[in-house]
Write a protein that binds this ligand. Structure first.
Ligand SMILES: NC(=O)c1ccc[n+]([C@@H]2O[C@H](COP(=O)([O-])OP(=O)(O)OC[C@H]3O[C@@H](n4cnc5c(N)ncnc54)[C@H](O)[C@@H]3O)[C@@H](O)[C@H]2O)c1
Ligand SMILES: [Zn+2]
Ligand SMILES: [Zn+2]
Length: 376
């Protein structure tokens, strides 16, 4: 914990928020694990938050002092070709230092709060106050009756999960498998159900998380340490495999089998940047002609990627950083209607001063921690 200067309005479209709640995200673990480059000492973490408007820039039209708003984790200008086509996280105008990501990926996505200098160097939300650029595009009023503990997840986990089901192409009647029962995977499963999937199965190894899936999300579960995932999914689908596979695990996937150990060793030796264990399994599990969507964050190159399965099975493979601005108003309405419940992710709410302990609990999933949520 460090004391930093309070943010100030820099551009006319900015607002300053007093942060009400701010949460850890699986993506932060990749930063803390040292897998994402360009973090500097003194950078403020945190990209999923809700706050109260305390200052508005002269060009801000939609927000007033005192409003309670939730903010998309990716910052978007609202005017470039990507933003106007709904691909908000790909914004061309919000990463002021695109060189690092252009070198890594050929092109740069937009900027993100609290996510290293590779994604713009914007100060994050694990602080008392935060500056929100392009506030008319990225901040949304929270409806009456939706608690802070529910609404905070409309910032990042919510739209990310929804995007996986939406862009993964879930159709009524589909069978959908989701790897990872964190907040992101749980929302992806709920979205699949709300989009009409007939059967949704969530795969993880933490009992508390799988219990949450059964109780709050209404999906089936599979513990991969007790069951062989691919044969079980085949069996559930009459031998076919799931229509849509959504990966919500990311580059630090765990595995107790040989390919997982191989990934881990190669990553530790810096021979590959990411552990694609769950992505690989999703590709192998998907039915012929099905689709695989990776919501889990990856940073670089991976080994033993089953390109042959992808090609010969006629799969569609996609991934994206979340396009929150496209989904947040709809998610808030569903939260208000009680169709999307996310409060149970906030298993550990604590003062911001205790965030180091919160991150440790979130990393180790100790005491059933799904998300550590901080009150500044
Ligand atoms: N695309 C986006 O815009 C976006 C936004 C938010 C988070 N994310 C990413 O989504 C992923 C999940 O985030 P989260 O906050 O839910 O994280 P989390 O750490 O809470 O959850 C990840 C879950 O995956 C499970 N898991 C690990 N290895 C597995 C395996 N081999 N098979 C099945 N499950 C496995 C873990 O047990 C854990 O429950 C992270 O990679 C995060 O970076 C992406
Ligand atoms: Zn996140
Ligand atoms: Zn843009």
């Amino acid at each position: 914990m460090e004391t930093v200067d309070d943010p100030r309005i820099l551009n006319d479209g900015d607002v300053i928020l007093k942060v009400l709640l701010t949460t850890t995200c699986g993506s932060d673990l990749h930063l803390l694990g040292g897998y994402i480059p360009a973090m500097r000492a003194g950078d403020v973490l945190g990209h999923e938050f809700i706050g109260e408007v305390v200052e508005v820039g002269s060009e801000v039209r939609k927000h007033r002092i005192g409003d309670r708003v939730v903010v998309a984790s990716f910052i978007s200008c609202g005017k470039c070709w990507y933003c106007t086509t709904g691909q908000f996280s790909l914004c061309d105008n919000t990463n002021p230092a695109p060189g690092i990501t252009e070198a890594l990926w050929g092109q740069s996505p937009g900027g993100c709060f609290g996510y290293s200098h590779a994604l713009g160097g914007f100060a994050g939300s694990h602080a008392e106050y935060i500056r929100v650029p392009f506030a008319d595009v990225g901040a949304f009023p929270v409806p009456e009756g939706v608690s802070n503990e529910r609404a905070v997840f409309a910032s990042d986990a919510g739209p990310t999960g929804w995007m996986g089901a939406d862009l993964g192409g879930v159709q009524p009647g589909d069978t959908v498998a989701v790897w990872g029962a964190g907040a992101v995977g749980q929302v992806a499963a709920r979205a699949a159900i709300l989009l009409g999937a007939e059967r949704v199965v969530v795969i993880d190894r933490f009992r508390e998380r799988l219990d949450q899936v059964e109780r709050h999300i209404g999906a089936e579960t599979l513990d991969y340490t007790r069951t062989e995932v691919i044969p079980t999914l085949r069996e559930l689908t009459g031998g076919r495999g799931p229509d849509v596979c959504i990966e919500a695990v990311g580059m630090e996937a765990h595995r107790n089998r040989i390919d997982g150990a191989y990934d881990w060793i190669k990553q530790q030796l810096r021979l590959q940047s990411d552990r694609p264990t769950a992505v690989r399994e999703a590709i192998m599990a998907a039915r012929k002609g099905g689709s695989v969507f990776t919501l889990g964050v990856f940073g670089g190159v991976v080994d033993k990627f089953p390109l042959g399965a992808l090609m010969n099975k006629g799969l569609t493979f996609r991934g994206a950083q979340q396009h929150g601005q496209r989904y947040i108003p709809m998610l808030l309405e569903r939260m208000q209607a009680g169709e999307l419940v996310t409060d149970h992710f906030a298993t550990h709410v604590m003062p911001l001063e205790e965030s180091p302990r919160g991150y440790e609990m979130f990393k180790t999933k100790e005491d059933g921690c799904v998300r550590a949520v901080f009150v500044p």
